[in-house]
Structure formats: structure tokens, C-alpha cells
Design a protein around this ligand. Structure first.
Ligand SMILES: CC(C)(COP(=O)(O)OP(=O)(O)OC[C@H]1O[C@@H](n2cnc3c(N)ncnc32)[C@H](O)[C@@H]1OP(=O)(O)O)[C@@H](O)C(=O)NCCC(=O)NCCS
Length: 401
């Protein structure tokens, strides 16, 4: 395999696992729990890992797994989900990440997967590899004692308390329904559920183990973090397949006594603020970019999702990392796209990272154009392109990796 400056990149084996754990712990600055060590390789099999080796030392690592990912229009596509990207602090800035990424993306290309996805530790690193953030998470805090539902808000009920053991099958079933309709939802492997249920001390950060509330069309996993006599409710996972489930679960969360606040993560268009007499109480404390994406095959990726409006446009796409760029004609009729290379002159020019930023409809083409990252010959072409990529539902990440 690839070899530069005395560093060799090769496939990992089971024997490498202790050295990989040591490298990840050092690079991410955290200790792993027993359950993470046992279940981690079941989620991301070591056979899919690449390691960079200097003599007898492992100094770099990356791994992926093929994920079934929902994209706009309730369609699914196979994507490479990348994780555990680390280079030893003793070996930084010598091109090891670039070498690992080159090998990994070559394999993804050979396997014919149209998208690669991951969550990024820093915002400045991955644009050069054709990636862009593609969804938004709002970290909100609600003053529970002042929260009131607007008069006339339904009270659908149907929420039950449950233990993890009692709720397991319900969680699997609801999650699976949820991820099929939400862009960004991935099929969830059994080992990932086991990791969640193991609920090790490190994941709790001083809060309690998980509490569960179920509804026929939803569920919530949450913790309580005690400070003196009162607590904060920390929502770890909230899934609602219907608006009724959303209201019913929020009604119970906001009626948890002895809690001054409820903390949760919401997509931009979550209906919660509109249910409140005082929408300001849903206070945004932070915004996070969540999932990053790269298009490996522009026609395959663009035809995998659906579109809001008809479109005829020629795009010139620049790929600074691989050879996925080129000039493409994108034609949409009744939501369904056709896309193929063309020799016609381009109407819009953009980087492949910008196309990834637009893919889930979270970020708008008109904003990228205003930032000089889309060049449009005609304002009308930009308007049509901007409109067509909007979506009916906000993208949300199914499970973090
Ligand atoms: C981030 C990390 C993997 C980079 O590894 P590395 O081997 O030093 O990276 P490389 O030398 O191959 O750099 C590749 C490119 O990214 C750039 N880059 C790397 N780290 C960067 C950073 N922190 N900020 C900005 N740019 C960075 C380099 O300048 C280089 O650019 P170029 O190839 O266009 O000249 C490594 O620093 C690390 O393990 N950090 C801690 C764990 C972590 O954050 N992992 C990422 C999880 S998503």
C-alpha cells in the first residue's frame, strides 16, 4: 500500500486494536470505556480500518462503514460513513491524514458509493477534501418553570414510562420508521444500539443513567443532571414520527417536576417554539454543524434525491481532491432528476463542497452565491437552482459516529 516519508499505510488487523485504542485515546484526549472497546469494532469493523505505520508504531488511523442514508424525498443511498480519523501528536502535519484519506476515498470510489459522510472535529480541515457541513443542530435550553403551551394545543397523551429493557423493541421500530422519512437518518446497526444501552459512566458526564418515555409513534431518552436541590433534564435522543407524538412527548418532558431547565437539540424548523405561549423560552445556546458530506459521484448523488421544482441547469463542479468534478447537465421533472456530463457551457460554477452543503437543503444556493462561492451567469438560473434544492423536511443525523 501507499508509502511516503517512511510512513506506510496498510489495512488494519485485529492485532492492531490495542495500538489503535491508545492512538485514539491520546489524539481525542479521552479514555474509552470497556463497552466502547468491545462494541466499537462491531460498529466499525477493524477490517475496514486503514493504519499509518512508522516502524513498529501505529501513528495514524481511519475507518469507515457503509451506511444506508436517507436523502430528500424519502429515498435511501449507500454512503461511506468515516470515523476514528486520528494522527499521533508526534507525527502531525506531515501529510499522514492526506495519505490515509487518499487511500480511503480510492476504496470508496472503487466500491461505487456516491457519498461520504462524517462528523468533523474542526471546521477548517475538510473543505480541501471536498467536504462541507450539510445540516444544523440547535442546542436549546428551556426554562421549564415558565414554559406554557398555547391555549388550544392538543393533549394527545399516550406517553408511558419504561425501562430500556421494556422499551428496546419499541425503540428499534420507531427509530426505523423515523430514519426512513428524515434526510440524514441512517439505518442503525445492532451494535450501535448496544453501545447506547450500555450507557457507560463517561457518556453521562455526571448525570443519571437513561430514562425512557415512549409513545406509539415516538420516544425520548433523557438524563437528569442534579445541581443542589434542582435538576436539568438532558434530552439525549428525541424521535417523533408524527406531530401528535412530538406534542405528547414534549408535554411530559416539560412537566417533569424538580427540573428547572430542559436541554435538547432541535433542527431549525422544529415546531416546539410555536407550541409555547412564549417562544423565546426555547433559547438557542449554540449551533452545531453536525454531519459533513462529500459527493463521490456527482450524477449518482444528484439523482438519488428528489427536488422541489423543475430545473434545467448546466453546472461546472470543481473537485480539488479527486476527479469527481466536471460539467454536468441537471434536469428535473416532477421531482425526479437526470444528470450527465455535458459539453454545453456551464450556467453555474461551484466547488464540489458547495454542492455537498446544498445537498440536504439546509444551506441555500443564494447564500453561497452571495459569499462568492457560486458564480452564476444569469440570476434566473441561480434562483431556479436555489428553489429546486429546498426540502420539505429538515435534515437530522440519525446516530452520531
Ligand atoms: C486532524 C488530524 C487528523 C490531521 O492529521 P495530519 O496528519 O496532521 O494532517 P495532514 O498533515 O495530512 O494535513 C492535511 C491537510 O489538512 C491541513 N490540516 C491538518 N490539520 C489541520 C488543522 N487542525 N487545521 C487546519 N488545517 C489542518 C494541513 O495543513 C494539510 O493541508 P494541505 O494538504 O492542503 O497542505 C490530526 O491533527 C489529529 O489527529 N487531530 C486530533 C484528532 C482529530 O481532531 N481528528 C479528526 C476527527 S474528524
Amino acid at each position: 500500500m501507499a508509502s511516503t516519508n517512511g510512513i506506510t499505510v496498510r489495512s488494519a488487523t485485529k492485532d492492531d486494536l490495542p495500538a489503535i485504542v491508545q492512538l485514539e485515546e491520546t489524539a481525542f484526549g479521552m479514555r474509552t470505556e470497556q463497552s466502547d472497546r468491545e462494541l466499537g469494532p462491531e460498529v466499525f469493523p477493524v477490517e475496514r480500518a486503514l493504519v499509518a505505520v512508522d516502524g513498529d508504531q501505529i501513528v495514524g488511523h481511519t475507518v469507515d462503514r457503509t451506511m444506508t442514508l436517507t436523502v430528500p424525498g424519502e429515498q435511501t443511498v449507500q454512503a461511506s460513513g468515516v470515523s476514528g480519523v486520528v494522527v499521533a501528536p508526534t507525527h502531525r502535519r506531515r501529510g499522514i491524514l492526506r495519505t490515509l484519506y487518499t487511500e480511503m476515498h480510492q476504496r470508496t470510489e472503487d466500491e461505487g458509493l456516491p457519498l461520504t459522510i462524517f462528523t468533523a472535529s474542526e471546521g477548517t480541515i475538510y473543505g480541501r477534501f471536498g467536504y462541507a457541513p450539510t445540516m444544523v443542530e440547535n442546542e436549546v435550553e428551556i426554562d421549564r418553570r415558565r414554559a406554557e403551551f398555547r391555549p388550544g394545543t392538543p393533549d394527545p397523551g399516550g406517553v408511558r414510562m419504561a425501562t430500556i429493557d421494556e422499551a428496546k423493541n419499541h425503540l428499534y421500530e420507531v427509530y426505523d420508521r423515523w430514519r426512513r422519512i428524515v434526510p440524514g437518518g441512517q439505518e442503525q446497526p445492532e451494535a450501535k444500539w448496544k453501545k447506547r444501552f450500555a450507557d457507560p459512566e463517561r457518556h453521562r458526564r455526571g448525570a443519571t443513567s437513561l430514562f425512557v418515555l415512549t409513545h406509539p409513534d415516538g420516544y425520548v431518552l433523557y438524563r437528569r443532571q442534579w445541581r443542589d436541590e434542582e435538576s436539568a433534564v438532558i434530552v439525549v435522543e428525541f424521535r417523533a414520527v408524527t406531530p401528535e407524538a412530538h406534542i405528547a412527548l414534549w408535554r411530559v418532558l416539560l412537566s417533569l417536576d424538580l427540573a428547572h431547565t430542559v436541554e435538547a437539540t432541535l433542527a431549525d424548523n422544529d415546531p416546539l417554539p410555536y407550541l409555547m405561549t412564549d417562544p423565546r423560552l426555547v433559547r438557542v445556546k449554540g449551533r452545531w454543524d453536525s454531519l459533513w458530506m462529500r459527493l463521490m459521484d456527482v450524477p449518482a448523488a444528484l439523482t438519488a434525491r428528489t427536488y422541489r421544482t423543475d430545473l434545467d441547469v448546466v453546472l461546472s463542479v470543481d473537485d480539488p481532491f479527486r476527479n469527481a468534478g466536471g460539467t454536468f447537465a441537471l434536469r428535473v421533472r416532477d421531482g425526479i432528476a437526470e444528470c450527465e456530463p455535458t459539453t454545453r457551457p456551464a450556467e453555474l460554477e461551484l466547488g464540489i463542497d458547495v454542492l455537498a452543503g446544498l445537498y440536504f437543503g439546509t444551506h441555500r444556493a443564494r447564500a453561497f452565491a452571495a459569499a462568492n462561492r457560486i458564480q452564476a451567469k444569469e440570476a434566473a438560473a441561480l434562483r431556479a437552482f436555489d428553489e429546486a434544492f429546498t426540502t420539505e423536511r429538515d435534515a437530522e443525523l440519525g446516530w452520531f459516529f
